[in-house]
Design a binder for this molecule. Structure first.
Ligand SMILES: CC(C)=CCC/C(C)=C/CC/C(C)=C/CC/C(C)=C/[C@@H]1[C@@H](COP(=O)(O)OP(=O)(O)O)[C@]1(C)CC/C=C(\C)CC/C=C(\C)CCC=C(C)C
Ligand SMILES: Nc1ncnc2c1ncn2[C@@H]1O[C@H](COP(=O)(O)OP(=O)(O)OP(=O)(O)O)[C@@H](O)[C@H]1O
Ligand SMILES: [Mn+2]
Length: 272
């Protein structure tokens, strides 16, 4: 997961805090995505939410929870985005189809937009920034949405094999495509046209996020920009695979990853 290595570029205090949030998010995701996910029930998620409330009140259950308790005591992190992520996992337990983009957007907010909201208090807003806090939070939200949309476009085949379609069914129908086409996994002209539209929309969210990065504290700008550029390159990889996201997993090679770092550094160094 690039963002974690990306955080090596942050101040030690912030790096520890982002790591603590990352670990909690990873454990939450593992509950419904991990090996024993099939036994997970809404009750287990309720218990996980109770542990969250305890650690926010300074009563952590284990050392990972304790790291997040420490973060919460040092940065003005709010509990709501964490609760919303748990809600997203409840949804993912049973919801395997999305009729419209509005429905999909809500799911993306729950599982990924929340990460942006969790991390802004740690990244810090530049003291000399003229932007409203709301616009910075909206950009953070946009980055989460952009990442999740990209993740969905990358994983179409993998998710279909798990019986899940995260693409809006009404947009599929408008493109002359059905669920059958997803399970059959053939790259057709209709599929390419549909994917071009999906990729274009994901890029719009990355563009909105990128505007907000310039308003973060200068020490946080580089890692966020680098991780934004990296994740966005997955969209280029899907295009390079001729939109075959059924059997080919789009990824960004090591060389490109390394190239993104100095480029992001140079870009982040430029005043907003
Ligand atoms: C420097 C930086 C970007 C730090 C963020 C680190 C962090 C706390 C990441 C948590 C990610 C996580 C494990 C979330 C749990 C749910 C989940 C899996 C979300 C999906 C992530 C990708 O996971 P992966 O690639 O492993 O996919 P699979 O599980 O294999 O299917 C998501 C696609 C969403 C992740 C969302 C973000 C990283 C948003 C980060 C946003 C910010 C840091 C806001 C920056 C601020 C501005 C103003 C832009
Ligand atoms: N429409 C719904 N609203 C809220 N919770 C639901 C809904 N449908 C299912 N759930 C809950 O989500 C959890 C997982 O549901 P599950 O995926 O097993 O149901 P399903 O997929 O609708 O049925 P089946 O198991 O036959 O596929 C269950 O605890 C169930 O109560
Ligand atoms: Mn995925």
């Amino acid at each position: 997961m690039f963002y974690v290595s990306g955080t090596q570029l942050m101040t030690p205090e912030r790096r520890k805090a982002v790591w603590a949030i990352y670990v909690w998010c990873r454990r939450t995701d593992e509950l419904v995505d991990g090996p024993n996910a099939s036994y997970i029930t809404p009750t287990a998620l309720d218990r996980w939410e109770k542990r969250l409330e305890d650690l926010f009140e300074g009563r952590p259950y284990d050392m990972y929870d304790a790291a997040l308790s420490d973060t919460v005591s040092k940065f003005p992190v709010d509990i709501q985005p964490f609760k919303d992520m748990v809600q997203g996992m409840r949804l993912d337990l049973w919801k395997s189809r999305y009729m419209t983009f509005d429905e999909l957007y809500l799911y993306c907010y729950y599982v990924a937009g929340t990460v942006g909201l969790m991390t802004v208090p740690v990244m810090g807003i530049a003291p000399d920034s003229k932007a409203s806090a709301e616009s910075v939070y909206n950009a953070a939200l946009a980055l989460g949405i952009a990442n999740q949309l990209t993740n969905i476009l990358r994983d179409v085949g993998e998710d279909a094999r798990r019986g899940r379609i995260y693409l809006p069914l009404d947009e599929l129908a408008q493109a002359g495509l059905t669920e059958e086409d997803i399970f059959r996994g053939k790259v057709t002209g209709k599929w390419r046209r549909f994917m071009k539209g999906q990729i274009q929309r994901a890029r719009l969210f990355f563009d909105e996020a990128e505007k907000g990065v310039t308003h973060l504290d200068s020490a946080s700008r580089w890692p966020v920009l680098a991780s934004l550029w990296l994740y966005r390159q997955i969209l280029d990889a899907i295009e390079a695979n001729d939109y075959n996201n059924f059997t080919k997993r789009a990824y960004v090679g090591k060389a490109k990853k390394l190239l993104s770092l100095p480029l992001a550094y140079a870009r982040a160094a430029v005043a907003p």
